[in-house]
Design a protein around this ligand. Structure first.
Ligand code: ZN
Ligand code: ZN
Length: 358
C-alpha cells in the first residue's frame, strides 16, 4: 500500500474515533504515513486528506521523501502554521496521540488551538502498522539476513581477551558495511556473569575461557528492524550449560509452534514458559516471550503473561526465551517469525541447533 492508501485508512478511521482530524506526532507513525524520516515532523489527517508539517531544515528532505500528503514548512515553530491549518479545516475535535506527547507539548497545543477540543487516542496507527504488507516483510527479511550474516562473520573473533565492546562494534560495522541503514538498537554483548543481565550494555570486560557470550542485535533496512539473539560458549561447554541451552531451545520451539493466526498472545507465552517452568528455571525467565518488530524495534503485539493481543496474519514477532543464572550466566535464543495462514515462518537462518563451543 502506498502512503496515499495508508492515509485513506486513517481518514476512514476518523468516523470510528468521532474526530474531525488527527494530529500525528509520533515520528515512526509520521514515517509510516508519509515516508518522512527525520527529527521533526507532524501530520494532520482530516477528511480532506493529509498535511505534513516540518521546519525549514527539512525543506529539501521532505520534498524528496514525502508522498501522499501536502507539505507545509513553518517559519520556525509549529505554532506558526498549525492554528491556521486547523482553523481552515474547520476542526472542532482533534485527536492527539497519547503515547507520544509530553505534558508540556499538550499544554502548548491547548494554548495554540483555543476552542479546539483535544481528544486522546491510543494506538490509532499502531493497529494498522502491526500487520506487515509484503513490501514491509521484504525489508524485514533483508534486515534479518544482514544480522544473520554479521553473526556468521564475527563468530571466530569470540576468543579470550577480546572485549564485549569490540564485538558489539564489529557486529554494527558488519551490518552497516553490508547495507544496513542503521542498527535497530545498540548491540547487547554480555559475557560470563554479565550474560545473565537481561538488558546489558556491552562493557570493557574481556572474554575468558568457559564464558557464555550472549549477543542480541539487529539491523535496520529502510527503517525496518530485525532482532536476533544467539548465545555461544568460549571453549568446551559444561553439562549444565548444554542442559540449559537445550531447555531454552525447546522453549523457543514450543513458542514458535504456537505462533499461529488467531492464537492469544498470553497463551503463546504460557505454552513456551511451561517448558522452562517444568525444567525448574521458571523464576529466571523474567521477561515476556517476545514482541512485534517493524519500524519500531518493540511494537504490537506482545507475548507476555497478561497480553490480550491475538495474532494476525502478517504479524512479525520475536520469540526469545531465556534462562539467567547468576554465577553461570544467561542463555537466550531469539528469532524473528512471520505469522502466516500456513503457520509460523522463522525468518532467521543463523545456526542455533546446539550450543556452539568456540
Ligand atoms: Zn533482541
Ligand atoms: Zn527482542
Amino acid at each position: 500500500m502506498d502512503h496515499e492508501g495508508r492515509i485513506q485508512r486513517v481518514v476512514a478511521k476518523l468516523d470510528d474515533l468521532e474526530l474531525d482530524a488527527l494530529l500525528i506526532t509520533n515520528l515512526t507513525n509520521v514515517r509510516y504515513l508519509t515516508g518522512f524520516s527525520g527529527s521533526n515532523g507532524q501530520v494532520v489527517v482530516s477528511r480532506s486528506g493529509a498535511t505534513f508539517l516540518s521546519d525549514p531544515r527539512y525543506r529539501a528532505r521532505s520534498a524528496s521523501l514525502v508522498t501522499g500528503a501536502d507539505i507545509t514548512i513553518y517559519g520556525s515553530q509549529l505554532k506558526d502554521e498549525l492554528p491556521g491549518l486547523i482553523a481552515s479545516l474547520d476542526v472542532g475535535k482533534l485527536g492527539v496521540e497519547a503515547a507520544s506527547l509530553t505534558v508540556a507539548e499538550r499544554d502548548d497545543l491547548v494554548e495554540m488551538l483555543e476552542g479546539v477540543e483535544l481528544v486522546t487516542t491510543k494506538n490509532a496507527l499502531e493497529d494498522f502498522r502491526r500487520v506487515k504488507e509484503p513490501s514491509e516483510v521484504e525489508k524485514i527479511r533483508e534486515a534479518v539476513r544482514l544480522a544473520d550474516d554479521a553473526y556468521e562473520l564475527i563468530r571466530d573473533r569470540l576468543v579470550p581477551g577480546v572485549t564485549e565492546r569490540k564485538i558489539a562494534l564489529d557486529l554494527e560495522v558488519a551490518m552497516r558495511e553490508a547495507g544496513a541503514d542503521d542498527v535497530s538498537f545498540e548491540p547487547i554483548v554480555g559475557s560470563g556473569d554479565l550474560s545473565a543481565h537481561i538488558h546489558h550494555t556491552a562493557s570493557a570486560r574481556e572474554f575468558e575461557k568457559g564464558d557464555l557470550v550472549l549477543m542480541d542485535f539487529g539491523a535496520r533496512v529502510d527503517g525496518y528492524c530485525s532482532d536476533i539473539t544467539r548465545t555461544v560458549v568460549i571453549g568446551p561447554a559444561t553439562d549444565e550449560q548444554k542442559h540449559i541451552y537445550s531447555v531454552v531451545l525447546a522453549t523457543q520451539a514450543a513458542g514458535i509452534a504456537a505462533a499461529t493466526v488467531g492464537a492469544v498472545c498470553r497463551e503463546v507465552d504460557a505454552t513456551a514458559r511451561k517448558v522452562i517452568d517444568d525444567a525448574g528455571y521458571g523464576e529466571t525467565f523474567a521477561h515476556g516471550l517476545g514482541h512485534g518488530v517493524g519500524l519500531d524495534i518493540h511494537e504490537a503485539p506482545r507475548f507476555a503473561k497478561i497480553s490480550e493481543d491475538t495474532l494476525l496474519e502478517g504479524d512479525v514477532v520475536t520469540v526469545e526465551p531465556g534462562i539467567y543464572v547468576s554465577d553461570l550466566g544467561g542463555i537466550r535464543i531469539e528469532d524473528d517469525v512471520l505469522v502466516t495462514k500456513e503457520g509460523p515462518v522463522v525468518l532467521n537462518n543463523a545456526p542455533k541447533d546446539r550450543l556452539i563451543e568456540l
